[in-house]
Write a protein that binds this ligand. Structure first.
Ligand code: URA
Length: 205
């Protein structure tokens, strides 16, 4: 069925974008989501983080990375020397996609059409913020911004020059740390995630 294009305003300040995105109907995900979860952070942030899509907590709260993955992200950012308030945090898709599983709402992966429909918002955020480094958290963001050939496991931590920003980098999604099979693996994976974020910080300086 026909969907209207994302209503990106001409004057794309972050406030205007955030406001306009509230009424986006460019894909079907708005219908089952509580609200649009737009990016957060200051204009002129040197670093922009791009996740996949809001989760259950983000959908209720209205801000990116405030749930379990967000708490891990906060810890990692702190260890990498970042002030989260100073960086721009967003997602490739701005509505929560979910399937009912009993009383719970189970996260389901956004498809290519949904990612493409939402892309004008991400591009407008990049134009408004003009980050020096864009960090893709996980394969969804990495493949959207760096292409299908990118493999997070192989290419993580590499600063790749791009038309989107001086550098784009991919790393794992913080929720992958939540799925570690044991404490030792989780500790080691956290270490590697922090190392990637430190590299991004160095390239942004
Ligand atoms: N996972 C994401 O990719 N983004 C969020 O905002 C929360 C969880």
């Amino acid at each position: 069925s026909e969907q209207p294009a994302a209503p990106v305003p001409e004057d794309g300040t972050l406030d205007n974008l955030t406001d306009a995105a509230k009424g986006c109907r460019a894909c079907p995900l708005w219908e089952r989501a509580t609200q649009t979860v737009f990016g957060r952070g200051p204009t002129g942030s040197r670093v922009m983080l791009v996740g996949e899509q809001p989760g259950d907590s983000e959908d209720r709260f209205g801000e990116p990375f405030v749930g379990p993955a967000g708490r891990l992200l906060d810890q990692a950012l702190k260890r990498a020397g970042f002030d989260r308030e100073a960086i721009y945090v967003t997602n490739a898709v701005k509505h929560f996609k979910w399937e009912p599983r009993g009383k719970r709402r189970l996260h389901s992966k956004p498809n290519r059409g949904e990612i493409e429909a939402c892309r004008p918002w991400l591009d407008a955020e990049i134009r408004a913020v003009r980050p020096r480094v864009i960090v893709c958290l996980g394969a969804t963001a990495a493949q959207a911004l760096l292409g299908k050939e990118l493999r997070v496991t192989r290419d993580r931590g590499k600063a790749i020059p791009s038309p989107l920003a001086p550098y784009v980098m991919a790393t794992v999604h913080p929720s992958s740390l939540l799925r570690s099979p044991d404490e030792e693996t989780r500790r080691r994976e956290m270490e590697r995630f922090v190392d990637d974020l430190k590299k991004a910080r160095a390239y942004a300086a």
